[in-house]
Design a protein around this ligand. Structure first.
Ligand SMILES: [Zn+2]
Length: 270
C-alpha cells in the first residue's frame, strides 16, 4: 500500500519547485506538496495548493513571489486551509473548481487553458477523490501533470463514501492516463515518472478491490459492515470504520453497475 505506483521521477521539471508543508500524517504522507511554478526568465510564479495554515510555510511560499495566481486541486482542508490568509499575504487571486475556495478569481472550468508565469496549464476535471478535484497539465518541452490527490506519490488514493465517487474516479484515472508517460507532481509524496503507468496501476488495484467485494457479496455479505468483516478480517478493528467508508464507495459503484442493491430494512430481501 505504501509503495509508489510506478517509478519515481529523477527530479522536477525546471519550471517546478516543491515546498513541503509541515503537516505529515497518515492521510497526508510527508505533508501537503505546495508547488511553485515558474518558466525560465519569468518573475511571477503560480502556487498550486498553499496547504495548511502554517505561517512559516506560507511565508516561504510568498517569498518565492511575486505570486501571480494561486490554484487549488481540491477542497480538502490540508490543501485549502490557508487560502484566505495566503490571498491576503500575496494579493494573488485564488482559483479552484469549487467557488467556495476562490478569492478574487473565477471558478476553474474543464479544459480551460490558463496562461501564467510563462506556462500554459490546462484544467483537467478529475472527480472521484472529491467531486471538485482537478488536475493541471503543462505541455511543452518539459511536460508534467499536477494531480492533487487523484494520483499520489506513494500508496493509493482514498475514495470514501459519501464525498468520493468510485465510478467517477475510475473515469478520471482513465482520462489522466491519456496524458501519457509524463511526470506526475502529486499532492502528497514523491514525484512519479509516468502518469499513464501510475493510472494503470491504480486502475488494476481498484479492480482487484472490487473483485474482493464481489466475492464477499457472493459469500453472503449484504451490507458494508458484512463486507468489511470478510475483506478486512485480518485488519485491526480500529480501522474498520475507515474501511467501511471505503467499502460503501465500492458498493455505491456496484449499485450503479446494477451488481448490488441495498438490503430491505426488515432484512427480508434476498
Ligand atoms: Zn484530498
Amino acid at each position: 500500500m505504501t509503495a509508489p505506483a510506478t517509478r519515481l521521477a529523477e527530479g522536477p521539471p525546471s519550471w517546478a519547485r516543491l515546498v513541503l508543508a509541515p503537516n505529515p500524517g497518515p492521510m497526508t504522507l510527508d505533508g501537503t506538496n505546495s508547488w511553485v511554478l515558474r518558466a525560465a526568465g519569468q518573475s511571477g510564479c503560480v502556487v498550486v495548493d498553499p496547504g495548511p495554515l502554517d505561517e512559516p510555510h506560507l511565508e516561504r511560499l510568498a517569498s518565492a513571489g511575486p505570486v501571480e495566481l494561486v490554484l487549488i486541486t481540491h477542497g480538502h482542508v490540508d490543501h485549502t486551509e490557508s487560502v484566505g490568509r495566503f490571498a491576503g499575504l500575496t494579493g494573488a487571486p485564488v482559483r479552484a473548481k469549487d467557488p467556495r475556495w476562490c478569492r478574487g478569481g473565477e471558478p476553474l472550468t474543464a479544459g480551460e487553458a490558463i496562461e501564467a508565469a510563462g506556462l500554459r496549464l490546462t484544467v483537467i476535471p478529475a472527480p472521484g477523490h472529491t467531486a471538485d478535484s482537478v488536475a493541471f497539465a503543462v505541455a511543452g518541452g518539459e511536460p508534467a501533470i499536477l494531480t492533487g490527490d487523484t494520483v499520489l506519490g506513494r500508496g493509493t488514493t482514498v475514495v470514501t463514501w459519501p464525498d468520493g465517487d468510485l465510478g467517477a474516479y475510475l473515469v478520471s484515472l482513465a482520462r489522466l492516463g491519456e496524458c501519457g508517460a509524463v511526470p506526475v507532481l502529486p499532492g502528497h509524496g514523491p514525484m512519479l515518472a509516468d502518469c499513464a503507468a501510475a493510472c494503470d496501476h491504480y486502475l488494476t488495484h481498484r479492480a482487484e478491490r472490487l473483485d474482493q467485494v464481489r466475492r464477499a457479496l457472493a459469500a453472503g455479505a449484504a451490507t458494508a459492515r458484512d463486507v468489511v468483516e470478510i475483506v478486512y478480517a485480518d485488519v485491526a478493528r480500529t480501522l474498520w470504520p475507515a474501511a467501511e467508508m471505503s467499502v460503501r464507495a465500492q458498493l455505491a459503484h456496484l449499485k450503479e453497475l446494477g451488481e448490488w442493491r441495498e438490503p430491505d430494512r426488515d432484512g427480508d430481501s434476498p
